[in-house]
Design a protein around this ligand. Structure first.
Ligand code: C2E
Ligand code: MG
Ligand code: MG
Ligand code: MG
Length: 284
């Protein structure tokens, strides 16, 4: 009844309040507040060379420490951030924070590592993006070779033309590019050599299939072989069991990331991990 009255009132003043739009507006405000109040935090998950147990890199993964709701995973708020354009300012924060963190580790004398940062397709379309990357690298004094940007195949297929140009320009800055979640949806092996990727990440769903649907092994094996023959780093994502790791090693996959090796870690935990495992092999 109250709603009906409101609707009638709004009609009278020629206002239409779209409940979906007002929800998004609220979400946008909440995300902007989160940035302002430093509720966002970068976790890092180590990537490991399977044969030697050495750390080969880390992936930055965002978390939202909400004052009432606790820690929120990116899958819950990144899609909302994308719908409200807040992803542009959140993405900028992530990039700056990742470069700063990597720079701090280098200043501490830890071995230099590539830090990977996930990109939203909207950031790729942002005309200011290349300048932003350049200025963040300058500001944090991080050499470009220690930054990698992860883009999903889906994001590239959504706008192949723009993606091709932007990725070429990014690569020219000296940073690395990684194709994320390879093997989900419509994978096109023939896209791979056309873009300046240095890394191929085999999706977690494929890694699971290695043990659950052995009939798909040939496909995963082909993807790994293609990556190796193009001289890409091939990283298996979401490795949870020893069995998966051994099978991946047999398929000539050289790097892995997943709970078996390490959970995503906060800054302190990640620093400790790097300190310990610069001298010692990560046991798998
Ligand atoms: P992603 O880039 O594919 O990241 C890998 C996800 O798998 C992470 O989830 C990680 O915590 C999770 N993971 C790692 N090892 C395992 C494992 O052994 N088992 C299982 N079940 N999961 C594992 P997370 O941190 O929740 O992030 C989810 C997605 O959100 C990411 O997928 C990425 O697409 C997106 N994302 C994360 N951080 C950012 C960011 O800063 N910006 C943007 N645009 N997207 C981000
Ligand atoms: Mg998750
Ligand atoms: Mg990723
Ligand atoms: Mg992934």
């Amino acid at each position: 009844n109250h709603k009906k009255e409101m609707r009638a009132k709004n009609k009278r003043y020629n206002l239409t309040i779209d409940p979906k739009a007002s929800k998004l507006l609220k979400a946008k405000t909440a995300l902007e507040e989160a940035l302002k109040h430093q509720e966002l935090e970068l976790y890092c998950q180590p990537q490991i060379k399977i044969r030697t147990g050495e750390i080969s890199g880390v992936e930055a993964l965002i978390r939202w420490n909400h004052p009432e709701l606790g820690q929120i995973k990116p899958q819950k708020f990144i899609p909302v951030a994308e719908q409200t354009d807040s992803i542009i300012s959140i993405g900028e924060w992530v990039l700056r924070q990742a470069c700063l963190q990597n720079r701090t580790w280098q200043d501490m004398g830890l071995p230099n590592l590539i830090m990977s940062v996930n990109l939203s397709p909207l950031q790729l379309k942002d005309t200011n993006f290349i300048n932003l990357v350049e200025s963040i690298l300058g500001e944090t004094k991080l050499a470009p070779q220690w930054l990698e940007l992860e883009i999903t195949e889906k994001a590239i297929l959504a706008n192949t033309e723009i993606a091709h140009q932007v990725l070429q320009n990014l690569r020219q800055l000296g940073i690395h590019l990684s194709m994320d979640d390879f093997g989900t949806g419509y994978s096109c092996l023939n896209h791979l050599p056309k873009f300046p990727f240095g890394t191929l990440k085999i999706a977690q769903s494929c890694v699971q299939e290695i043990t659950e649907k052995p009939e798909n092994i040939a496909i995963i094996s082909a993807a790994i072989a293609l990556g190796n023959s193009l001289d890409l780093r091939v990283i298996a994502e979401g490795v949870e069991t020893n069995k998966q790791l051994k099978l991946l090693e047999n398929l000539d996959c050289r790097e892995a990331q997943g709970y078996l090796l390490s959970q995503p870690l906060n800054y302190q935990e990640a620093t400790r991990f790097l300190e310990v495992y610069q001298h010692q092999k990560v046991s798998c």
